[in-house]
Write a protein that binds this ligand. Structure first.
Ligand code: GLA
Length: 380
């Protein structure tokens, strides 16, 4: 992102230099899919794509904000928030939750821009929420508490915007550290920064398909998981180990669908724990195998892949430089992520684009990504 362009755009709208520039990144989840709302474990990393807001405080309680990418303006008053539709609801929802939690907010003038593809499973909405929280923290002068900000942002998304997501995306955007993945316990919100393998690159493979009907399918998966947890007599599937599952009568007593959903979550949690250990030990081969097992489980047991994701993952795995590949995010379209030998990553991206196009007829967008810092103040 070119900071000078952002400053110039701010000046064009508000006739002054912005006092602050803040940013919050999107994320790619390395492993631990659909485990967050089961109180489980996840391992996302912040990517080098983000949302930026240039802003200056106002003396009153007005928010005036321009989206450069959507070429749209919006204005509202912090003292009289009402729901409507569109991109600014993420901003309003965060303002609402921050105020409800007792934060005293100041108004601001701001311009927003970003380079996270929307609907691709890279958490562009969490990035808007956390950039907004960071903007308010800057102009209103309160400290950044990553877990608290992530929780309020998630509440904004659940209750104001009306999307029933878990906590992973907001925590990744709020709390990641450059060069590391975030090993997060979604029950306690305790986290560790987990070092990434040195000789491997993480490559994002955007299928260019976008999720359709995702809300209903996502909510359906959530209730199937809750049903399984009730059957096991636990608070959440996080409390069931692979050994518990194998010892139980789940396979004969639960409906096949609910059993499969549970099996995915239970084995996926185990894979995240192993992934963290093998990452620490520098065992990239095993990490790749875990990526593969995760995808297969999401395809066969959780049933959230689509043809494009499966073609992409198969094309990636065919490359000798690829340790493993899997879909990432909610599924039903969007992106996959592959673990690839560092020195061959660019070549890998080119070859997989060609093969994917031959097999699917679709144009992919494939890029090596860097693990970036969570939400931060760039200037100010
Ligand atoms: C979406 C949700 C997250 C998480 C993932 C699946 O990204 O926002 O909370 O549930 O799907 O792992």
């Amino acid at each position: 992102m070119d900071i000078q362009t952002l400053e110039r755009s701010f000046a064009a709208y508000f006739n002054s230099k912005p006092e602050f520039i803040v940013r919050a990144p999107g994320r790619v989840n390395l492993i631990g899919e659909h485990t967050d709302y089961n109180d489980g474990f996840v391992l996302p990393m912040a990517i080098d794509r983000a949302i930026w807001i240039a802003l200056s405080p106002r003396a009153d309680s007005q928010i005036r904000i321009r989206s450069l990418d959507l070429e749209a303006d919006s204005a509202f008053d912090l003292n009289s928030l009402t729901k409507s539709e569109g991109w600014v609801e993420y901003v309003k929802g965060v303002a609402y939750e921050l105020q409800k939690a007792g934060y005293k907010l100041r108004g601001f003038d701001g311009v927003m821009t970003g380079n996270i593809p929307r609907g691709a499973g890279l958490s562009s909405s969490a990035a808007v929420e956390l950039a907004t929280a960071c903007a308010f923290a800057s102009v209103s002068g309160f400290d950044w508490d990553a877990a608290q900000m992530a929780k309020l942002a998630q509440k904004a998304e659940n209750e104001w915007v009306g999307v029933n997501c878990g906590i992973m995306d907001q925590m990744a955007s709020a709390a990641c550290k450059e060069g590391y993945a975030l090993f997060l316990d979604c029950r306690t919100l305790e986290y560790q920064h987990a070092p990434l393998p040195e000789n491997a690159s993480l490559v994002i493979l955007d299928t260019s398909t976008r999720r359709g009907l995702v809300d209903s399918a996502y909510n359906e998966r959530r209730s199937q998981c809750e049903e399984a947890a009730r059957w096991f007599g636990v608070k959440a599937l996080r409390d069931v180990s692979v050994a518990d599952f194998n010892r139980s009568n789940a396979e004969s007593e639960l409906s096949e669908i609910v059993m499969k959903r549970a099996r995915h979550i239970i084995t996926e949690n185990a894979r995240v724990l192993e992934a963290v250990n093998v990452m620490k030990a520098g065992n990239v081969m095993r990490l790749g195998e875990l990526f593969n097992a995760s995808h297969d489980s999401l395809r066969d047991d959780f049933e959230v892949t689509n043809d494009a994701l499966n073609i992409m993952v198969t094309s990636a795995r065919e490359q000798p430089s690829c340790y493993g590949a899997r879909m990432t995010g909610a599924g039903f379209g969007g992106c996959a992520v592959a673990l690839v030998e560092k020195e061959n990553a660019q070549e890998f991206a080119k070859t997989v684009s060609t093969i994917y196009k031959q097999k699917s007829g679709l144009e992919a967008s494939i890029y090596v990504c860097k693990a970036s810092e969570g939400a931060s103040v760039v200037i100010g």
